[in-house]
Structures are given as structure tokens and as C-alpha cells.
Write a protein that binds this ligand. Structure first.
Ligand code: ADP
Length: 574
């Protein structure tokens, strides 16, 4: 065996694979080719499962979601030049969402850089704007140290994307086995020595006490739960806070499930009232960005006092809350709970604020349920979403991971689909990124093998990554992809007559796709199961069969092209 021989050597690809495994990596997503094909196989041989994709963009979205789901860096492997450019989609998406991801790319030989080499690009400069750290191994001996350093950087402070460049000459360099082993051991020891203990909380002016006191004295308190809290695994601490204080809570889209949607204090169905009238809002792991209307009027009251909990000090400084606490969400909420325990308070269900939220939520739920109860054919968005919701809920625990993208499909889906377990919803996120669907599905299937994965996709969103159905079949992943097929982006042609003039007026509308496209047949082409569905009964039967089978399936649901609206609920920005 190589490692037993004094003369044995290790090349850069093998050393990189071993370093990734030694640093704790268990999965890597990517596309192989020059010069990283051997790196993928070597990493797999060292224990890092390589999921081979059809496009780096999807692999990058997979790595990003993996980082969110596991709390450990998702790994993305790409070839040089164009592969690296495709990978930027996942790298930037991870950074925008504050999820840990390490992108590793091969690059052209250092001696040929600047001379027009095959797939040449200054990849450090290209990745820098989207990375917390972008580093290049200039010799094989750099590899172990940089792998450990870059992986650690993805999860330190605010999580995000990092980049490691390994030129092809470095991948081909060799070292004696004994030297490789020594470098790996040194890198591991260094990283243990410098590993920061879990982020400490930094209370700005006695923040924990102030936070507890503000909540206690508030007339209309609210807890807002963001995906940073989900990432921090703050579910138990937040559940305890809500249960012991009786304060209503509002999750952001991917904060859904941290405290179950079914909890009686959920303000999701009374969102406008909750944010419009609360006087103190404890915001845990969520930015006051567009998703939360910047924390400003008219959606929020001008007098609301924000208590912001975030691992990132810059975020607190940017928003200038009434109280800012820099720290890990789980730890900070535990400390707030402890502070409250010493001087407890609890809003009863008949407290005017709690009653107004629960009543409003109940009224809105009843109104929506009345709409959902109808079986509308040709199918609209609500009827199939109700059937899908019920089928997902019938799965019980562990709940399926729901992947959701599209304009109307995602917007309506967010209101209808229910999350009762943390980190079971993945969607377009902070950037509103379309094309995340199939990559997310593959990440969820390998990160959470005990859960079924159900993607609820608009036909446009699905199209960005549809070729990855082949990847689903190749690895036999338990993923059911439901495509809401309304013939295009937002569905039917909604142009005004003055937009349909000029030399290309007979072209299909920019929003149109081939009507009634056979998306399910793409899955069948690779040996997976496809269903074409036009009625509620057909959908129920397809869901029941595919959920039971736990095998790759695409359910092509034909939707009335005029059922949705242009830009979903974002018309004001179009
Ligand atoms: P959402 O989209 O759910 O509103 P955002 O992505 O806007 O959430 O915000 C997530 C926030 O969570 C980011 O500002 C990020 O810095 C923060 N964050 C990430 N990890 C942690 C953690 N462990 N503890 C507290 N905050 C965190």
C-alpha cells in the first residue's frame, strides 16, 4: 500500500481530498473536468462523498443549502475559468444568505497565467467580491493549511462563502507521504488551537438585562424569528421564551418551523397587525432588510423599539436598534430566558395584545381555509397547495424538507404550507434567487437522509435547474418535485396591446413557455417516475404513490395560466 512505502508520494489532488476529510467535510457538490477530476475521486476515497452535478450553478446552490441545513460548510468543486464563473452563483448566494460555503476551484498552471491559457481567469479577483476569504495554494505544501483556514472562515462570525484556488500545477505536484501526513497533522493542530469557542455574546450596555426588561414592560411585544436563528439551532431556547412569556412570534420565511407554525402564539396569519402595532420587537437572526420592510413605517410603527440579536456586529451598527446584542442566537436567547426566569412574566391568552393577534390570525386562517376547501378545476394555486400541504402533514415526523421557488408558487405556498420543524423550508432567500430548486433538493436529501424532500416549483423556477433530475435518478434520492405548470413566467400573456407591436410582435411573449410542456417526461427519460396531473384526485394519487416510493419523481401539475399574477406579490418592484 502507498502509505506503507517509504518512497510513496501524494499529489495535490489527493492531499486536498485528505485535508477536506480531515477537516470534517462529509459531502462535496460540483462538476468535474480539467484539472479537478482526480480531486473529486480522491476526496471520495478519503470519505467525502462527491455529488456530481450537471451544472456548477446548481451544485453551488446545493452547497449553500447544505451549509444552512447542517451548520457546517457546504463544499463546491468547480473547474477553472467558466466553471468558476458558474460557481459564483452559489458562492454569492451563500454569502447573501449568511450560509457557510467553501468553493474550491482548479485554475490554470501558474507558469501559463497571463498568456491566454486554457480556461484562464484571475479567479481570486473574480471571487473576492462574494467571499469572506479568497486564497490560492501556490505550492502543494500550502494545501492542508489553506483548506483548514478557509473552512474555518466560512463559519466564523457571520457565516458566508470562502474561496480556495488550486492551480493545476499544484494539483500535480507531489510530496513524500511522510511529509503530507506531517502537514495534515500540523494544519489540524493549528486549527484546533485557533478554533474560536462558540461565538460569545457581546452585550452592548447590559443588553440581556435591557432586552428582558423591555419585553417585560412592553404592551405589545413580538418575537421575530429569522433564518439566522434556524441556522443557530435556537429552536429550544425560542420555544421556551415564547411558552414562558406568552409573547406572540413571527417567523420569516426560512425562520418558519423554529417554533412550530401550529403553535397558538404564531402571528404568521396576522403579520400586518403584528408588525404594524408591536411596541417592542425582539428580532433574532434576521436582518431588517426588504423582507422585513427595513423596520420602518408604514409597515412598522415609528415608535417600535427593536432589540436585535445578531452574530454580526456590523449588522447591529447598521440598523442602530434600541438594544443590540452581538452573539450566537441560541446562547443569547438562553441568557434572556435565564434573566426572565429570575423575574418571570407571562401574557395570558386574554391579554388584549395576544387576543387581538390570535383573533386576527384565526379570522384570516378561516378565510383562507374557505378558499382552500374548494376544488377548483382547471387547477389554481390554492387547490393543489392544499392537497400538497395535507399530504406533507400526513407524513408526520421527521417532517419532509420543503423546497419552494417561483413567484406565485412560492408566495402562495409560503402562506399555505406548514412548517412544524426547524430548517424544513428552503426558498429563494435574501436575494430572491430563482434556480435554487433542484440543487437544494439534492443537498437536503444527503444532509437529512431520514427526511423526504418535496419541491414545490413554479415551471420557470424549475427550468433553471431541471437537468438535475438526472442527478436525482443517478443517486436515487428520495425527492418529489412538483411543477406548477402555468405555461410561463407568471403564467399567461398579460401584455397590454401597446406592448404587442413592432417587428417581433408575433414572437412568443417574453413570459411564455411551450404550453402544457411535458416536464414529467424529462424525469421518465432518465428512468425516474413522472406524473401528469390535471385534477385534485390525480394529484392526490400521484402524491400518495410518490411519497410512499421515496424515489425520484416529477409531478407535472397543469395550472390555469391566468390563476396567478405578474411578479407574484412583488408587483410594486417590477
Ligand atoms: P431572514 O431572511 O430570515 O430575515 P436574514 O438572512 O436577513 O434572515 O438574517 C440572518 C441573520 O442571522 C444575519 O444577519 C446573520 O448575521 C445572522 N446570524 C447568522 N448566524 C447567526 C447565529 N449563530 N446567531 C445569531 N445570528 C446569526
Amino acid at each position: 500500500m502507498a502509505s506503507d512505502s517509504a518512497a510513496a508520494t501524494v499529489d495535490g489532488s489527493a492531499l486536498a481530498g485528505r485535508a477536506l476529510a480531515a477537516a470534517g467535510a462529509r459531502h462535496m457538490f460540483g462538476v468535474v473536468g480539467i484539472p479537478v477530476t482526480s480531486l473529486a475521486s480522491r476526496a471520495a476515497a478519503a470519505g467525502v462523498r462527491f455529488l456530481a452535478f450537471r451544472n456548477e450553478q446548481s451544485a453551488g446552490y446545493a452547497a449553500a443549502a447544505y451549509g444552512f441545513l447542517t451548520g457546517t460548510p457546504g463544499l463546491l468543486l468547480t473547474v477553472s475559468g467558466p466553471g468558476c464563473v458558474h460557481g459564483l452563483a452559489g458562492l454569492s448566494h451563500a454569502t447573501a444568505n449568511a450560509w457557510p460555503l467553501l468553493m474550491v476551484s482548479g485554475s490554470c498552471a501558474q507558469a501559463d497565467a497571463g498568456r491566454g491559457d486554457f480556461q484562464e481567469l484571475d479567479q481570486i479577483e473574480a471571487t473576492k467580491p462574494f467571499s469572506k476569504l479568497a486564497v490560492k495554494a501556490t505550492t502543494i505544501a500550502d494545501i492542508p493549511r489553506l483548506v483548514f483556514q478557509a473552512l474555518a472562515a466560512t463559519v466564523s462570525g457571520r457565516p458566508g462563502g470562502c474561496y480556495l484556488d488550486i492551480p493545476s500545477d499544484v494539483l500535480h505536484q507531489t510530496l513524500p507521504e511522510s511529509e503530507a501526513a506531517a502537514l495534515l497533522a500540523a494544519a489540524a493542530a493549528d486549527s484546533t488551537a485557533s478554533a474560536s469557542s462558540p461565538p460569545k455574546h457581546k452585550t452592548l450596555d447590559g443588553g440581556i438585562e435591557k432586552a428582558a426588561d423591555l419585553l417585560r414592560r412592553a404592551e405589545r411585544p413580538l418575537v421575530v424569528i429569522g433564518k439566522g436563528a434556524a441556522y443557530a439551532r435556537a429552536e429550544e431556547a425560542l420555544r421556551k421564551l415564547v411558552d414562558t412569556t406568552g409573547v406572540p412570534f413571527l417567523p420569516t420565511p426560512m425562520g418558519k418551523g423554529v417554533v412550530p407554525d401550529a403553535h397558538p402564539l404564531s402571528a404568521t396569519a396576522a403579520r400586518s397587525l403584528a408588525i404594524g402595532q408591536c411596541d417592542v420587537a425582539l428580532v433574532v437572526g434576521a436582518r431588517l432588510n426588504w423582507l422585513l420592510h427595513f423596520g420602518e413605517p408604514p409597515k412598522w410603527s415609528k415608535d417600535v423599539k427593536f432589540i436585535l440579536v445578531d452574530v454580526c456586529e456590523d449588522e447591529i451598527e447598521l440598523r442602530k436598534p434600541h438594544v443590540g446584542i452581538v452573539g450566537d442566537a441560541k446562547r443569547v436567547v438562553e441568557l434572556i430566558n435565564k434573566e426572565i426566569k429570575d423575574n418571570p412574566f407571562c401574557l395570558s391568552r386574554s391579554h388584549p395584545w395576544v387576543e387581538s393577534i390570535t383573533k386576527k390570525a384565526k379570522d384570516n386562517v378561516l378565510k383562507m381555509e374557505a378558499q382552500l376547501a374548494k376544488d377548483v378545476v382547471p387547477l389554481n394555486f390554492l387547490t393543489p397547495l392544499r392537497i400538497i400541504r395535507d399530504a406533507i402533514l400526513a407524513e408526520g415526523s421527521p417532517a419532509p424538507v420543503v423546497v419552494s421557488e417561483g413567484a406565485n408558487t412560492m408566495d402562495v405556498g409560503r402562506a399555505v404550507l406548514v412548517q412544524n420543524e426547524p430548517r424544513t423550508r428552503l426558498d429563494a432567500g435574501t436575494w430572491g434567487t430563482m434556480g435554487v430548486g433542484l440543487g437544494y433538493c439534492i443537498a437536503a436529501a444527503v444532509a437529512e437522509p431520514e427526511r423526504l424532500v418535496v419541491a414545490v416549483e413554479g415551471d420557470s423556477g424549475y427550468g433553471f435547474s431541471a437537468m438535475e433530475v438526472e442527478t436525482l435518478v443517478r443517486y436515487q434520492l428520495p425527492v418529489v418535485v412538483i411543477v406548477f405548470n402555468n405555461n410561463g413566467v407568471y403564467g399567461g400573456d398579460r401584455r397590454s396591446p401597446d406592448e404587442i407591436t413592432g417587428p417581433y410582435k408575433d414572437d412568443p411573449a417574453p413570459t411564455s413557455f411551450v404550453p402544457a410542456a411535458g416536464y414529467h417526461k424529462m424525469m421518465e427519460a432518465f428512468g425516474g417516475k413522472g406524473y401528469l396531473v390535471e385534477t385534485p384526485d390525480e394529484l392526490k394519487s400521484a402524491l400518495s404513490e410518490s411519497f410512499r416510493a421515496r424515489k425520484p419523481a416529477v409531478i407535472n401539475v397543469i395550472i390555469d395560466p391566468y390563476a396567478g399574477s405578474e411578479s407574484g406579490r412583488m408587483q410594486h418592484k417590477n
